[in-house]
Every structure is written in C-alpha cells, then in structure tokens.
Design a protein around this ligand. Sequence first.
Ligand code: ADP
Ligand code: MG
Length: 618
Amino acid sequence: MAKVGINIATGSLQKEELIVGIDLGTTNSLVAFINSNQEPYALNDMDGFTIVPSIVHFTAAGEVIVGNEAKKHLIEDPQNTVYSVKRLLGKSFSDLKNIQQYFGYKILDQETEGLIKIRIRDKYYTAIEISALILKELKARAEHYLKTPVKRAVITVPAYFNDSQRQATRDAGKLAGLDVLRIVNEPTAASLAYGLGLDKNEHQVLAVYDLGGGTFDISILNLHEGIFEVLSTNGDTFLGGDDFDKAIVNYWIFENKKNLDEVLEDKSLSQWLRLKAEEIKKRLSFEENIVLQENGWQLNLTQSKFNELILPFVDRSIRCCEKALADSGLSLTEINNVVFVGGSTRTPLVKQQVKNFFKGTILFDNLNPDEVVALGAAIEADILAGNRSDILLLDVTPLSLGIETLGGLMDTLIPRNSKIPTKAARQYTTSIDGQSNIKITVFQGERDLVSENRKLATFELKGVPAMPAGLPKVEVGFLLNADGILTVMAKELRSGVSQAIEVKPQYGLTDNEVEKMLMDSLENAQKDVETRMVVEAITEAKQLVYLTERFLEKNSEMLRSDEMEGTRQKIENLASALATNEKDAILHHHEALNEFTAPFAERVMDKAIAIAMKGKKI
Ligand code: ADP
Ligand code: MG
C-alpha cells in the first residue's frame, strides 16, 4: 500500500491524494469530486443519474442490491428492502420506540441501549452496516468514474446529528473501506457549494433551509473570515417529502373509498401507492393538475388540493425557522442570504412560503437542490487535500482520543482531525453490582480494540457508593486545549465523586508513528468493525443473561414454573451461542430470550432493572 504524506500540524494529506465528497442522505445519496477546473460535480451512473436512492435490497440468494434497482423491490419485497436507514444510525431501540410501523422491514424489538439491529431473513444488520453498503456503492461509482482507487472521503451529516450519530457515520465509512477525513455539517457544505465561505473578507449571515425526504433542518450560520459559526439550528427529524407522499396516499385512499387500515396492512399495496404519490408530487412541481387511473385506483391530484394537503407540513417548517431565528438572537433584517437545500424545496409552495418568511434576502437556489450538499462536501475535500493555498487550515488533532469500554472496545470522544481547542463529554455506567472503584483508561488511535491503540493514562474513581449495575452515571469529559494538552475529567453524578488528570497525547510520538497508526487502521478497518460488532453482541448478550438471571432470582414467586423453565432453557441456548462467537447466532438467541420473557417481564418488571439497562458500560 502506498505511503500517505500527512502534515501533522494540519492533518492534511499530500496533494495527489484523491478525496471525494459524499452526501449520505436519508432518502438519496451522492458522491462528488472536484475536476481540474476546480469545479465540483456529482458523479453519475451509466444512465446519467447522480442520485443513488439510499435503499438496500437483499435477495433470497444472498445478493445485495443498492440504489435505483433496490427501490424497485420496495413494492414486492418490503421486508427485505431497507430504506431510510439514516434514521436508525447511531440510535438505540429506546430512541425510536413508536416508529416501528413506519418501516416495512423488521427492527429488533430490544429494550437495550445497544445500537438498533435490523433482521433480514436469518441475518442481523446494524444501521452502520447498511449505510456502509450504500457508501460502498458510491465508492465503486467514484472508482469506476475516476478510474483509480478511492480511499478517502468527507461525509456530510445534518447539523443536529449528535455524537453517537456522527461516530456511526464514521464507522460506516470505515466499514466501506473509506478513511473519513472529516464529518461536515450539511448546511455548511451547501453554503460552500454556492461559494459562500471561500472569500475571507466576506461577512454574511445565512439561513440554510433543507427539506429532504424525511428530515427538515434549518440552520442560521454566521460566516466570518471563512469560518462558519452555527448560531442556531432547529428542525424536525420527522418532516419532509415523505410526509407529502403519505398525505397524498391518505387522500387517494379516502377518494377511492378504501379502508385505511386494510391498505396499510397490505405492505405491497401501500408501498406502490407511496411510490406513485412521489411520482405525482414531483410532476406537480412543473405541472398544474394530474389526472390518472391505474390498477383500479383514481390517482388524481390538483395543484390546489396538493397545496392544501401539504400546507400544515410547510407551516411546521416555517415555525422551526421562527424558532431558529429567535435562538440566533437576530432579527429578520439581519439575515443576508437563504440557501435552498433538499429535493422537496422544488415544490412551488415550499419555495414560496420560505421566500415570504425570509423577505428581502438573496436567494441561493440555482444549483440542483439535491446535489448541493455533495458538491460542497467535494469542495471541503479539496480544501482538506491542501489544494487551496488561499484557505488556511486550522490546527487539528492527528489521532482520535477516547476511553476503554466493556469488552476492551475503544469509545472515541474526540475524533481525529478535530480542530483544536475542542471538548467532548459522554455518560457511562457500570456493568457489575456494587462497583465502588471505577477505572477510566484513556487511549489514542483509530483501532476498535484498545489493545491495538496507544494507552495514554489510567485512573480510578474511588469511593463511589455501592449501587446496582447500570445505576451509576459516570460523566467523562475531555478537554483538548490549543497547546495539545488533554484534561480528562470523570464524575459520578449521583454521588459527586470526581477525579481529573492531564496528559499530552503527542508526547513521545513521532510523525512516522502517527503515519503507521493511520495506515494500520486503514488496512484493518473492515476486520476491526466486524470484531467490534461481535464483541458488542457478546457483551450485550452477557448483560442480558446477567440481568435475566437476577430477574428470575428476585421474582421467582411471581413467575409460573413454565415461565421459569422456558427462560432457563433460552438462557442456556444463548450461552451455547456465546461459545461459538457467531454474531448472527448470538443475536438470534438474544432475540429469542427477549421475546420469551417480554410478556411476563412486563408484568413483574421492577423499575431498577429498567434503569439498569441504560448507557454504555465501562
Ligand atoms: P435527503 O436529503 O433526505 O436524502 P433529498 O434532498 O434527496 O433527501 O430529497 C428527497 C425528497 O425530495 C424526496 O421526498 C423526493 O420525493 C423529493 N423531490 C425530489 N424531486 C422533487 C421534485 N421535482 N418536486 C418535489 N419533490 C421532489
Ligand atoms: Mg439531504
């Protein structure tokens, strides 16, 4: 493998490095690149499409299909066709309890804080794995087009993505064989695509209005000396073009005098209607009225009826704009520009309402709204590659910093390439009852197992009052100052016990060693992520066994003997699966145990156990 020159001070790579920009969207994804004229362009497939629907289909033969071809299977095979997976990225089941019915595929019904899993036939996937399949498709497209291996990328995420969602995006990139140099906020990327932020002398305030397929995001950015400062963000993770489609479907069901529940029950029919609604909606961006009859359904829609159907959704987005504006502390007249992002901003009513709200601003809407984010990501990639001498790169930390969690896993708090100074904090809990000393071990590096990373420091939080497993709340904070000194603070929030230390992560580390660590992590990326998933499945299963056994002990009088016996049997099955180290077998028996105990666990569940299941364990 070729050596990569990395500037330790800036984290940038040598010039020849090829870096692509990727918009990993809920509905659609794209990959873009900068051509020799310094212009960004989205890479298209053989049919000329730049958009790759973020849809993955698994065939019965075990084949994986991504994009437009996969979208066709939404109708006849919804259980094996995964869409909107970005909604699940970095989330646990407890984050999304009530939306299972939104998905046509099976999401594991586990009350754990572990990452959500999707079952396709006998296999279990995390949202990271599915996202990686989409990224692999984009990587392949870029390699085909550019005729060279593509290994590095900038990937965009919504401004409201939290830490765990950003980490999951990085992991997906890693699993796809990409070194993710930076995660960039979508509104920042979109502004860059319009050339905003490239001139150091400009000072502007921007509102970026992004209405996509399933999510809405409004960001107010202050642009000063080439730096984007997020003044405020607002939005709705369940608002977008999908809602327009659903409203149209409901309208058609009513107009055709069909029973709503019966139609929704028939997954193939409702998916067909969904796709039809989207098609008609898109046509209404350019046509006045639609008259259509298909499969015995009247699929008519006038512009004014459509506007009436979607007005509540557009209004909701405007209310988010009001809130974002209020939070920014600015008045309307202080907003200079509005940037339009997302396919749904093509709908005339949307554009009109946004224009009405942000009166007197300059509108940026002449680029393709579903491409702007990817185009901006390509510009950011170009900047990171050091191709723009006029743009100053800020100091960054060359390697990730994190702590060890249960199973010997690396939990990154400050990802590599983060601008410094920076800080991060996260909450953890314990896995064993009555732990009074809690050990925190700090590591540096990109590998998933801490044993492969560089140990920086270790210390113990002593004198934590004895509590059941899962009850202590340990907040770990990292502060990396401008001189590269890292302060690690740990505090058990219930008792107030705290401890802090200082380390210098770069101390005694040569440029060559940093390079070697980065190369190792690239070479082992796939293996590492897979190992981590197995370790996670094992630790989660062990926790479940531990909690279930304790549950049986405590509640033996309240359980029937068949319930006790059945649970013991299921625990035994899970224990034997654990011995195989097979991820899918472990997850299968985990699910079986959970499903078996769920009905009576709910009956006698005591609160302590419910609480005890939350948070990553250290
Ligand atoms: P995301 O960022 O969520 O992946 P996009 O920005 O690609 O989504 O937007 C996808 C949404 O845009 C879909 O709901 C799609 O139906 C809608 N869309 C695409 N083209 C049009 C159009 N011409 N008119 C109205 N809506 C459109
Ligand atoms: Mg988008």
